[in-house]
Design a protein around this ligand. Structure first.
Ligand code: WT7
Length: 636
């Protein structure tokens, strides 16, 4: 039996037990047999959740790109590594082989070196889903620079915050991006951001849309001519196991985004191992994850995990609705996709469209379907299972987070019997716990609590960039000696986990993690706004949508409310991005507050969800009357 490839439920249980009884021994075996190391570790694991500090494979040396590219050249040099499917159906797909990937990544590495980028420097990548994005990420990893990919849907203000937080000296971007029928001018967003980023010394620009752009001399360089002149060979930077590999920002419930730091060795081992098993990848499969590389899903399961296994991974530039809602299925048929990994919000949107858009394509190549990003509701699960999987492809409902680096709870397809809305069992090496509000672990089955993890896994984020105390406070202070996920979960009679959703002020909208505080901060910058509170409410397609309660300043009370709504949403778009726009905005005279001045979001959530049967005791509020007033305004 090979521990690397789990083939049935019995093996899963056997290997799981092994991984929990002696995690060090278990992970050592995986690391030893399946990766290329420049130097062996002295110590497999040291950890202390109090500090907190976690180190895996200390003393080892490696480069993740040697594992993702170089080592495959003997066997897979002409195999497609990245299959690029453009936005437009009229543009042919590109099959980028491992050999070509090697050359392009090396060229990009040399370009970065020419810009003075060295090991440990931060490089911000703000690119659409085009091959240059993959080259840029891997080139940073190759030369030991720390990449910070910022999703190219974020606004200039959000981009500037992220560039400044990690003090990036180089930005890699494009003239523009295609999204369905639209094209977006990325370069001018970058230009605007850079007005506030004095630390950026150079900007590399890929040309995608061919739009007009402004190039700042001495700062901006077109990428193509530099790539053309660069050598196809670039030696790897030998990295220590615990050297940072990348920073990726995620929203917190308060304040500015958290730059989660992932390190080289543990991340590589865990993403590769989870990819192999959770997608049951086999040699000639064509795997497609529809996420954007701007999110952790794309980092771990478009690039690093698949490439570490020598897989063919699809990079899709477009959107599910263009040129029509059959696009996903057209691509599945065209490239004979074997594993398809997407988000519940996309499934719900597609389920609303005529079935004929699915039925007209041949989806018989599919073997595994995946879901990630938020709880998948029962209806969406069945639609996916019946119409896409034809009840023959198991659905892996994969629970994890930016912070966990890799999938933590998920079925192993063809091994774990699936159950709609359940992420099912912990992956190998993962030790979940459900906790009650008093900090006690809830043992046994058929229980519900707050989801924690008791023991480190190799790809746990090591810190928040520049703020270790915030890392400790956010993840390790709620429960002693536990990593707290921020999610609630239940465990059924056989030990299957079901994630019930966030228990903090993070709201997941269309699979995007949004903190309420930064949105409220953006709204409060409006001249006419005195105070605001954001809550989530159920939405058919997005899962959750945002509901804003806004208190206006005296002088704004007479203004046209629709105009104000437009201005507020425009401000949110500018400060954060269009994904954070509010679906509903009501203007209220006050907000329900506790005596200590805390906004009672629970009440606001119930009103927003039209669920006022059980508002609880409001008499202890500082201002109980305001609840009635708000209900009248909302009309519930
Ligand atoms: C939060 C993390 C990890 C990839 C994308 C999101 C929610 C994620 C599931 C799932 C229920 C899920 C959780 C988690 N979430 N996957 N399968 N079932 N909830 O990464 O932006 O860091 O968000 O997404 O609430 O804490 P992220």
């Amino acid at each position: 039996m090979s521990n690397y490839h789990i083939k049935n439920l019995e093996e899963y249980f056997q290997i799981y037990r092994k991984s929990v009884r002696n995690p060090e021994l278990f992970w050592e075996e995986i690391a030893e047999e399946h990766f290329v190391w420049r130097k062996r570790w002295n110590n497999i694991l040291s950890w202390d959740f109090e500090k907190p500090e976690v180190k895996w494979f200390e003393g080892a040396q490696l480069n993740i790109t040697e594992n993702c590219i170089d080592r495959h050249l003997t066997k897979y040099s002409d195999k497609t590594a990245i299959l690029f499917e453009p936005n437009s159906v009229d543009e042919p797909a590109q099959h980028i082989t491992y050999k070509q990937l090697y050359a392009q990544v090396n060229k990009m590495s040399n370009v970065l070196k020419l810009q003075g980028v060295k090991k440990g420097d931060r490089v911000c990548i703000y690119l659409p889903m085009i091959p240059e994005l993959a080259y840029a990420v891997l080139a940073c990893a190759r030369i030991g620079a720390i990449h910070s990919v910022v999703f190219a849907g974020f606004s200039s203000t959000a981009l500037a915050t992220r560039i400044n937080d990690c003090d990036a000296s180089v930005v890699i971007t494009a003239d523009g991006s295609y999204r369905g029928a639209k094209s977006i001018d990325l370069k001018s967003i970058v230009d605007e951001a850079l007005n506030d980023c004095p630390g950026v010394k150079s900007v590399l620009v890929a040309e995608r849309t061919g739009g007009k752009m402004n190039l700042v001399s001495d700062r901006d360089h077109l990428l193509a001519p530099l790539m053309k002149g660069a050598s196809e060979e670039c030696a790897i930077e030998v990295m220590d196991a615990e050297d940072p590999l990348f920073i990726l920002y995620t929203s917190g419930s308060t304040g500015k985004p958290k730059g989660m730091v992932h390190s080289c060795a543990g991340y590589m081992v865990y993403t590769a191992y989870t990819f192999k098993n959770i997608f049951q990848y086999r040699e000639d499969d064509v795997y497609w994850c529809t996420a954007d590389i701007g999110w952790i899903t794309g980092h771990s399961y478009i690039l690093y995990g698949p490439l570490a296994n020598g897989a063919t991974t699809v990079m899709f530039e477009g959107v599910p609705s263009y040129p029509d809602y059959g696009r996903f299925w057209e691509v599945v048929e065209k490239h004979k996709i074997t594993q398809f990994y997407t988000a519940p919000t996309a499934i719900r949107a597609l389920a609303k469209e005529p079935l004929e858009l699915v039925e007209k394509y041949d989806l018989s190549s599919l073997k595994v379907l995946g879901s990630v990003g938020e709880p998948i509701n029962e209806e969406a699960w069945h639609w996916y299972n019946n119409n896409v999987g034809k009840k023959e492809s198991p659905i892996v409902d994969t629970w994890w987070q930016t912070e966990t680096g890799g999938i933590m709870i998920s079925p192993i397809p063809y091994s774990t019997p699936t159950k709609p809305t359940f992420a099912t069992l912990p992956f190998i090496g993962v030790q979940p716990a459900l906790m009650d509000e008093n900090g006690k672990e809830i043992k046994g089955n058929q229980v519900e609590g707050r989801l924690c993890i008791k023991f480190p896994w190799p790809s746990i984020a090591r810190t928040i960039w520049g703020n270790h105390e915030r890392y400790r406070e956010t993840y390790f202070s709620a429960y002693k000696n536990m990593y707290f996920t921020g999610d609630g979960a239940s465990r059924d009679a056989v030990g299957y986990y079901r994630i019930t959703g966030r228990v903090d002020d993070v709201i997941i909208v269309s699979g995007h993690n949004l903190g309420t505080a930064p949105i409220e901060d953006a709204i409060n910058e409006h001249q006419g706004v005195a105070e605001s509170a954001i809550v989530g409410f159920p939405h058919d397609i997005k899962g959750n949508a945002l509901f804003g309660y806004v208190i206006l300043k005296e002088e704004a009370n007479s203004r046209d409310q629709d105009e104000l709504r437009i201005e507020i949403n425009r401000l949110i778009s500018e400060k954060i991005g269009p994904i954070a726009k509010l679906d509903k905005i009501v203007f209220v005279p006050g907000l329900p507050k506790t005596r200590s001045g805390k906004i009672m979001r629970r009440i606001l959530r119930k009103i927003a969800s039209n669920d006022v049967s059980n508002l609880g005791d409001v008499s202890t509020l500082l201002n109980p009357d305001v609840v009635e007033q708000i209900r009248k305004i909302v009309g519930v």
